[in-house]
Design a protein around this ligand. Structure first.
Ligand code: SF4
Length: 258
């Protein structure tokens, strides 16, 4: 927690029957909270699914996350029972591992990564919060983990409107840069990248801020009626994807276009 952050309220807990799973996207994941205080309004696909399946009633409930109280016990049990361990585990697909204002989620994320690394399973993490400096500690986290932030703009007005509870962009980048400087692998997810209907901005300015990373993922904006997937939008994404590819190629950054 940073000076100036409001004092966090203790989170309610839920219990789950299982934790580690292979997602429909083909990789292993852990989601040790239900809901997310970042409250992204793109909208958040995880929120749409949670509401559809009756796990949360509405947006307000989604923004009051509940932690999976038995996550570490479940993980221990599942790692002991698995005959084949996963090559890598992603945190998180349906919540945020370092969500702002809830340090107990971040502490649990660190404990989960530590436990997985002890089994020689590397992790990839993705957050719109602040990646903790502890992740640079190779004695505690010996695997080659990948540390990622989501970043689609540098405009704080955009962030307040679309990612209201998430960390300011400058703080996300600074935390990522600190891990890069410590020799850790870093990644940036530029998704969902906004069209000019949403905000007029210069992608090259965003890219320049993260030119130190090892991997860039770029993809467009879905699930919002304000973004029509017409010819102009497709042409826009085509041009932006080309810029990302060019940027990465010139710097030996791994490039992935969604
Ligand atoms: S940070 Fe991720 S999980 Fe949290 S609200 Fe935003 S999109 Fe959803």
């Amino acid at each position: 927690m940073d000076v100036g952050d409001p004092l966090p309220k203790p989170l309610d807990a839920i219990e789950r029957k299982s934790l580690l799973y292979r997602s429909g996207l083909g990789f292993h994941c852990i989601n040790h909270a239900l809901g997310c205080s970042h409250g992204c309004r793109y909208p958040c696909y995880a929120f749409l699914m949670a509401r559809h399946h009756g796990r949360v009633r509405d947006y307000d409930e989604w923004c009051r996350p509940r932690i999976v109280g038995n996550a570490l016990a479940l993980l221990d049990r599942e790692l002991t029972r698995k005959r084949v361990l996963p090559d890598e585990v992603h945190l998180c697909l349906t919540t945020d591992p370092f969500m702002v204002g809830h340090p107990e989620v971040g502490e649990m994320s660190l404990a989960i990564i530590e436990r997985l690394n002890r089994c020689e399973i590397p992790c990839s993490v993705l957050t719109k919060g602040r990646l903790p400096a502890e992740l640079a500690d190779r004695r505690r986290f010996p695997c080659d983990n990948t540390h990622g932030i989501s970043l689609v703009s540098l405009d704080e007005g955009f962030r307040r409107e679309w990612e209201p509870g998430a960390a300011p962009y400058g703080e996300r980048i600074a935390a990522l840069r600190r891990l890069h400087a410590a020799g850790r692998r870093t990644r940036v997810h530029i998704e969902p990248y906004p069209t000019p209907d949403i905000i007029v901005q210069d992608l090259s300015a965003v890219l320049a801020e993260v030119a130190f990373v090892d991997h860039i993922y770029f993809s467009g904006w879905n699930y919002n009626p304000r973004v029509s997937r017409d010819g102009a939008t497709e042409a826009f994404y085509h041009a932006q994807s080309r810029s990302v590819r060019r940027f990465c190629a010139g710097r030996e950054i791994e490039c992935e276009i969604g």
